[in-house]
Design a protein around this ligand. Sequence first.
Ligand code: C2O
Ligand code: CU
Ligand code: CU
Length: 489
Amino acid sequence: MEPISRRTALTLGGLGLAGTTVGAAGLLWTSTSGIDTQTRAGEQLREPFELRSADGRLQLRLDAARGTAQIGGRSASVLSYNGGIPGPTLRLKAGDRLALSLNNDLVDPTNLHVHGLHVSPQDNGDNPFVMVEPGDAFDYEYQLPADHPPGVYWYHPHHHGAVADQIFGGLYGAIIVEDPKSIDAARERVLVISDITLDGRGSIAAVSPMEQMLGREGEIVLVNGQVNPTLNARPGERERWRIVNACVSRYLRLQLGGQRMQLLGIDSGRFAKPRTVEEIVLTPGNRADVLVTMAVGTAILETQSYDRGSAGGMMGGNGRPRSGTAAGRAQLATLAVAGETVPAAAEVPVQLMPRDLRGSVVTARRELTFAMDMGGMMGPNGMMSFTINGQRFDRKRVDVTVAAGSTEEWTLRNTSPMDHPMHLHVWPMQLVGDNSGSAAAVWQDVVNVPARGQVRVRIVFDGFRGRSVYHCHILDHEDNGMMGVIEAR
Ligand code: C2O
Ligand code: CU
Ligand code: CU
């Protein structure tokens, strides 16, 4: 290892410039990717290929491979599942069994995670410790419980150290767990939102240590792998949009001016009644289940800027106060509503109320502190280290042991000047305390822990035993150690 002082100097010296570049990326009219992201609406929105379970089962093969994709009219060298960005959408029902055979045709190890599904983390279930070497295959099998919550989930690689690169490269896809009682909609759309930066030759641009420290944000924001696609609808139609934030680090603050958006829920959470909202904030990893009622005219789906804090303050006098984590505005898609008005859709059936742990007996309380340290422990890239309770990820160490079936309350603290979206596998979290923000129970599987702030969540460790993980879903932070191991036994 090089002397820390020199490494530190290199990292710090680059801060002002690198930060400026990242921060400005969203404002540029043309990017180094050579793609004009701000002008005319692009081609029609493509839906990812869809596979539906039958007789309680869905079986498929997923090939992770490098290939060529058309992005914004340019040919790009990307990673994909089964040749698509995103990979196929998997439609399941509660109680189904999903059998996925993952083929690794990449040049690096990979594996698979079914984000948000309440399934076993053991053996060939949703086991983040599995490693699939290049050229190898692995057969995953997931049994969804009969009472699995409906909603939007997703799958992506989870091989520690390579997660950000592989997702940034194009490896992600949506999973839908259907509603027990269907909700009337003219059509359903899956909108997987991701970001990417291409270099002059159409390859994924290299990422600097500074971008990794801040959490990389791609120059181009894609919807289903497309640049500013067009969606057509008729006035009065109600559509169901299943939105996934598959960006490595970018927070989305989605707005759709002039159109009525009703939020059914975030992640596996559901409200008893859909909420009319002006905007939807999704941290990396979050999903939204949304109803849009169409009004005549052209609307832009855009993400407004979101300030997730800065690293500059930590850098002594050297850094700028803001160093690039305030994502810029970006136009994601164009919605054109025209034609004859159709009659209003049927009322949304009352949704099953999620359980509410605010009155429950808590069996244990814990604190998890998310920190960025300049201290003696430098990360592998000579950047600062990302820790939870003072430690970097070690797959051989169990950080938290919980009793299967118990209910715990966790206080998530963030001592750093940047937000960290905390994600726990297998078991969703209920926001409690001041941050729950509503009288209804709010459940999510990624919860934002604001810069120098804290949140409280409650968790029931039901259904499964075994080892899994929790981590920051800014995947550069996760890859650099901001992850811990949990075991339920
Ligand atoms: Cu979507 Cu462990 O992550
Ligand atoms: Cu996950
Ligand atoms: Cu983080």
